[in-house]
Ligand binder design. Structure first.
Ligand SMILES: Cc1cc2nc3c(=O)[nH]c(=O)nc-3n(C[C@H](O)[C@H](O)[C@H](O)COP(=O)(O)OP(=O)(O)OC[C@H]3O[C@@H](n4cnc5c(N)ncnc54)[C@H](O)[C@@H]3O)c2cc1C
Ligand code: FES
Length: 268
């Protein structure tokens, strides 16, 4: 567990500021949470409990999409999957939720000048947060963004305005090339070799992360892979989020050792 975790994490009842539907089943929520906004960095996540009555019993984890410290707000972008996200999507301005965070570790791009970002669908929030909140002015940034279809290329218009090189693919060919995003990403790695001071940052489905991990190891480029598992407590107590790893324990807790791991840490 991070040594500053106890002073960093806040639990609060938070008011919903706004709810925006961005596709058939995806939403952006903005919450009032000044303490969390002040301490959150790109890569962190929140545990969101939709009701004080403990039904559903467990909170759910969501990456921080971005923060506004002046307003004291934090946003998440999510897709409706099951019970909690379905109810969350009904929470309107003025309603409340319980937030715990910021949780987990963060990306670090300080010592690199070539930043290669790989996102799959709903894995985009932590990478968006990084592009919005880190100073990338002296870096060469390339974003490889793949989704099942055009509707799931979340925040595409915002990425198109950023000073980055953007490559997009979809599984159904509704936008960009019809292929997995790891295809153009591999072509890029073959072009740059291992000559540059590069780092790979990725978040998305496990199959995509597995390929990115393999490519990072083959090309000898360091990677920071943001991983999702089913979680219960989010703070290292329940052991519900374990993934097999190469450390002496032979496993890692995604909530407190991660969710960001380097390319050598986990067996994905
Ligand atoms: C660190 C972290 C960050 C995340 N960030 C985001 C985010 O920014 N946006 C977003 O939309 N989602 C994110 N998720 C996933 C999100 O937590 C799940 O979608 C959510 O918990 C589903 O809750 P539910 O009650 O609606 O669905 P449930 O009823 O709990 O589950 C519905 C179905 O989805 C499966 N499922 C639930 N959670 C996960 C998971 N984490 N991985 C794979 N399958 C799962 C269940 O097995 C079930 O089949 C993140 C997960 C983690 C661990
Ligand atoms: S979710 Fe409980 S230990 Fe990670």
């Amino acid at each position: 567990m991070n040594e500053n975790m106890n002073t960093r994490i806040h639990e609060c009842e938070s008011r919903v500021n706004s709810l925006e539907q961005i596709s058939d089943s995806s939403f952006i929520h903005e919450f009032e949470a000044p303490e969390i906004a002040a301490k959150s960095k790109p890569g962190h996540f929140l545990q969101v409990r939709i009701s004080k009555s403990y039904a559903p019993f467990l909170p759910r984890p969501f990456s921080v999409l971005d923060t506004d410290c002046a307003k004291g707000t934090v946003r998440i972008l999510y897709k409706v999957f099951g019970e909690t996200t379905a109810v969350l999507a009904t929470k309107k301005a003025g309603d409340s939720v319980v937030l715990l965070g910021p949780l987990g570790n963060t990306f670090n791009i300080n010592r690199y000048n070539e930043i290669l970002l790989v996102a799959g669908g709903i894995g985009i929030p932590p990478l968006y947060n990084l592009l919005k909140n880190e100073d990338i002015s002296d870096k060469n940034v390339k974003l490889f963004f793949g989704a099942s279809s055009k509707n799931e290329l979340y925040l595409f218009n915002e990425f198109a305005k950023m000073p980055i090189n953007l490559t997009v693919t979809t599984d159904d060919g509704s936008f960009g090339e019809k292929q997995f995003i790891t295809v153009p990403f591999e072509i890029e790695l073959n072009k740059i070799g291992n000559k540059v001071n590069a780092v790979i940052l990725a978040c998305g489905p496990m199959a995509m992360l597995r390929t990115v991990q393999k490519l990072a190891l083959e090309h000898n480029i360091p990677a920071q892979l943001s991983v999702e598992t089913i979680m219960a407590c989010g703070i290292g107590i329940c052991q519900g989020c374990v993934l097999p790893g190469h450390n002496e324990k032979k496993y890692s807790l995604v909530c407190t050792d991660g969710p960001i791991f380097n390319e050598k840490e986990l067996i994905l």
